[in-house]
Design a protein around this ligand. Structure first.
Ligand code: 6YU
Length: 505
């Protein structure tokens, strides 16, 4: 009874798992298959052992953990969050995406900077960043990028500063640290690559960002467990999605399918519908061969125009902390840098300067003395090409400079993410780059065939964080996009009783 369709989902990140969970709970898709290239579920949610503890190589926080956030909702329902995170009070805190942590500013000259100076610069930077919302939906902007806007404003403000020269230089140096931090937040090499007009379209939810005490990976694990065991196929990289065809399954006489999903090992899956959730970085590299016939120009252009950069983490474990006990965030300031002066481009000599801050993993009773450094952009991609020993040597030198102690014991252990080299990700997350807009995100999310009157509708659907216009770059954006595409499919099956195409499997 009822109509059934041959459904495939490519990619077992949160978008793919969310879509698969929704489809598998419907009788319309009894033979659903979720094809994942790697040997694990979660994608860019990736909790990994570091000594006796678990650290996050990918997503770290639930951004805006409150009722409208589906990741928060699911994680609460699965019992994966602690009480503080779930409290009403926590859900109501509004920080505009920039939660405050007790911070110490260390400079490369081995000194701790005046906290008030740091706080003042932080306020200035966040005020300027908030001002970017004014350009939302403006057809003409005076400068194309967030970076250029911020620098123009800063150049104006500097003229009014009455501080002594040293304070002025320090303020600029601290501002430069905030530029690097924002590169991590946006997953870009430079804020000059981030489009100004659409910047305010990214939406923030209320709630003080929280983490998963047992690891973010608990969430994809729970979703995975809820799926029929045979529906998930690991180590199954898909090489091509051929659509608009007429593929006949040998064992099922008379039944043809419009889509054929081809895998690296030669296996083929026929389908009525496939939801593609591969990262934008993968699509940028492979879309010309991955989707056949090729994507319509509007979609291919969107893939080319939208940004997908790299933000990596470097975990360092110390025998003893060099930071004070109440410090939860170490900001790294290079006193000779300024956002108004072009940065050096010698990656080999300077890559480590892009590292903007270290989170102190909390609580220390649990983690010991572990720092999590953040580094974005080309320097981050260069870091991926180095060995652990080379990274450790470079960062030992940085930390000795910060601490003003050339004999400080090197970290005991290092672990870093390498998202740019990951062949099925090719970066960290998406952003709206100069030359693109939210319309490109929507274009990317449009299913194929584009003609809604096609007798075989919704052959290829697109989900994944980069397809969510206001929550791109987040786990909730990913999950919502997966649900969106599952619902799109399910509504086809709900409403097409009279439809001439009657798929069955
Ligand atoms: C969040 C956070 N966070 C840090 C770092 C990273 C990310 N994010 P997936 O890639 O998960 O799944 C696709 C699957 O497809 C995958 O398993 C592949 O193996 C598979 N696949 C690929 N090709 C295939 C093929 N050919 N065949 C078969 N399978 C294939 N998000 O909410 N909080 O703290 C962070 C962070 C280092 C790398 C993050 C964070 C982003 C999320 O991790 C990410 O969006 C989702 O997990 C993606 O899920 P998915 O299913 O789409 O893809 C104004 C403005 C600015 C906007 N930015 C502000 C927000 C800041 C974002 N925060 C980031 C910060 C951190 C620290």
């Amino acid at each position: 009874p009822g109509r059934v369709g041959g459904g495939r989902v490519v990619g077992a990140g949160l978008a793919g798992l969310g879509a698969a969970q929704r489809l598998s709970s419907s009788r319309a898709f009894p033979h659903l298959r979720l094809l994942e290239s790697t040997g694990r579920a979660g994608g860019r949610v990736c909790s990994q052992r570091f000594g006796s503890e678990v650290v996050e190589m990918g997503a770290h926080w639930i951004h805006g953990p409150s009722k409208e956030n589906p990741v928060f909702k699911l994680a609460s329902d699965y019992g994966l969050l602690d009480e503080e995170a779930m409290s009403e009070e926590n859900q109501q805190i509004e920080v505009g995406g920039h939660p405050f942590l007790p911070t110490v500013f260390y400079s490369n000259a081995g000194r701790v900077l005046n906290p008030e100076l740091g706080e003042g610069v932080r306020n200035l930077f966040s005020t300027l960043l908030d001002q970017t919302c004014e350009f939302l939906h403006m057809l003409q902007v005076s400068v194309p990028s967030v970076g250029e806007y911020l620098r123009k404003e800063i150049a104006e403000q500097v003229k009014e500063w009455t501080d002594d020269d040293e304070t002025k230089w320090l303020k600029l140096a601290i501002l430069n640290t905030y530029f690097k931090l924002e590169c991590c937040v946006c997953g870009t090499h430079s804020m000059d690559h981030v489009a100004l007009g659409p910047f305010g379209e990214y939406a923030m939810l209320p709630g003080l960002d929280c983490t998963f005490p047992g690891g973010y990976g608990g969430l994809p694990d729970c979703l995975l467990t809820s799926l029929p065991k045979e529906s998930v196929v690991f180590h199954k990289p898909v090489t091509a999605v051929r659509w608009g065809g007429s593929y006949r399954e040998e064992s099922q006489e008379g039944r043809t399918f419009p889509v054929q999903v081809e895998c690296e090992d030669g296996e083929r899956f026929l389908a009525d519908h496939v939801i593609v959730t591969v990262p934008l970085g993968f699509l940028k590299e492979h879309h010309e061969t991955f989707i056949d016939p090729p994507l319509p120009p509007q979609k291919a252009d969107a893939i080319r125009r939208l940004g997908f950069g790299t933000n990596n983490k470097i975990f360092l474990e110390f025998e003893q902390p060099f930071w004070p006990p109440d410090c939860q965030l170490i900001k790294v300031v290079w006193e000779d840098e300024s956002p108004l002066v072009e940065a050096g481009t010698d990656l080999q000599a300077c890559w480590f300067r892009k590292l903007t801050c270290f989170l102190v993993l909390q609580p220390p009773e649990r983690y010991g003395h572990v720092l999590c450094g953040f580094i974005a952009g080309k320097e981050s991609e260069y870091m991926e090409t180095l060995s652990d020993a080379e990274v450790l040597t470079a960062l030992t030198d940085v930390i000795r400079r910060l601490a003003g102690n050339p004999h400080l014991a090197p970290p005991k252990k290092v672990l870093r993410s390498q998202w740019h080299s990951a062949p099925y990700t090719r970066g960290s997350y998406s952003y709206v780059a100069v030359g693109s807009s939210g319309d490109d995100i929507d274009a990317l999310a449009q299913p194929l065939p584009e003609d809604a009157a096609d007798p075989w509708p919704l052959q290829v659907l697109f989900a994944g964080e980069a397809t969510h216009r206001t929550f791109y770059s987040t786990t909730h954006g990913a999950l919502l996009s997966g649900w969106r595409e599952a619902d799109r499919l399910l509504s086809l099956y709900d409403t097409s009783e009279s439809h001439q195409h009657k798929p069955q499997l």
